[in-house]
Design a protein around this ligand. Structure first.
Ligand code: ACM
Length: 276
């Protein structure tokens, strides 16, 4: 069975200083290189609390042609690692809370956050994209940004589209909830999840750290403290996420009357029978 090294990079971005944050991220290249996939937090290059669009626009990046995107493409190439990070995205005078996957071969896939949290609604445009799935080394990865965790149908849809791993870039603020929620998303969908959270405080908003990697049984494989800069990596068998049986007689797809009724048009997955 194929193995994959997946990880998160938890840190505290400097508010309003993308160049400094990129240098800081680059200084961890040797560690990033050890992983096949590394997930970074939401808005990893700018920080989180902005009081107007005008304040954030000059710091935001165009994906994939902007300077920050170029940096991440170079980093992915130099480390031979898939880098998934949150970025403030600019399109003309519009802002999106985005996540992008930068491949070592230069490919870039972008996802714009569907579920904006609290005052993000005053800065960012609502996204009109579908939950996004990417493919890397034959493994399917679903993209999620922070508050997306609170909408179980988001992770459900990603699983139905074939996701084996949920890559969750976060700036979580509600103590414990997002981490607990993602454990449940892993259990109820029998998928791996990587939550890369930030820590620190901006303008009275405290971020909760405690990034984690969870397996399809809900076991926490790796986690970080509340206030530490760290990269943690674990080796997994992505195919463990193809077994959708909770007991020999309970398969989460076959037994889910509601999923099959409402979401069956999305099912790209046969409940794991083909891999047995
Ligand atoms: C959040 O979605 N940043 C809480």
């Amino acid at each position: 069975m194929k193995k994959l090294k997946i990880g998160f990079f938890q840190f505290k971005p400097k508010h309003g200083k993308p160049e400094e944050n990129l240098k800081f991220i680059e200084s961890y290249s040797d560690k990033i290189k050890e992983a096949d996939i590394i997930v970074l937090p939401e808005l990893a290059t700018t920080g989180y609390v902005f009081h107007s669009k005008e304040e954030l626009l000059p710091l935001a990046d165009e994906i994939p042609e902007g300077k920050q995107s170029k940096f991440f493409s170079d980093l992915a190439k130099n480390t031979d690692t898939l880098i998934i990070t949150g970025l403030a995205e600019r399109e003309e005078d519009r802002l999106f809370n985005s996540q992008a996957a930068f491949y070592p071969d230069g490919k870039v896939v972008r996802y714009r956050k569907l579920h904006l949290f609290y005052k993000e609604k005053q800065l960012f445009e609502p996204s009109d994209n579908e939950p996004a799935i990417i493919d890397y080394k034959g493994v399917k990865i679903g993209l999620m940004i922070c508050f997306d965790w609170a909408f179980p149908e988001h992770a459900r849809l990603l699983m139905l589209k074939g996701a084996q791993i949920l890559a969750h870039s976060s700036n979580l603020v509600l103590p414990g909830l997002g981490q607990a929620g993602m454990r449940i998303r892993s259990i109820e969908n029998r998928v791996f999840s990587i939550t890369a959270n930030r820590f620190g405080e901006e303008d009275g908003v405290k971020f909760t750290g405690k990034s984690q990697i969870v397996n399809p049984k809900g076991e926490i494989l790796q986690s970080a403290g509340e206030n530490e800069t760290t990269i943690k990596i674990v080796e997994i068998h992505p195919e463990d996420a193809n077994d959708k049986n909770i007991t020999p007689l309970n398969n989460i797809l076959e037994d889910s009357k509601i999923t099959l009724k409402l979401l069956s048009k999305y099912v790209a997955f046969d409940g794991g029978h083909s891999s047995k």
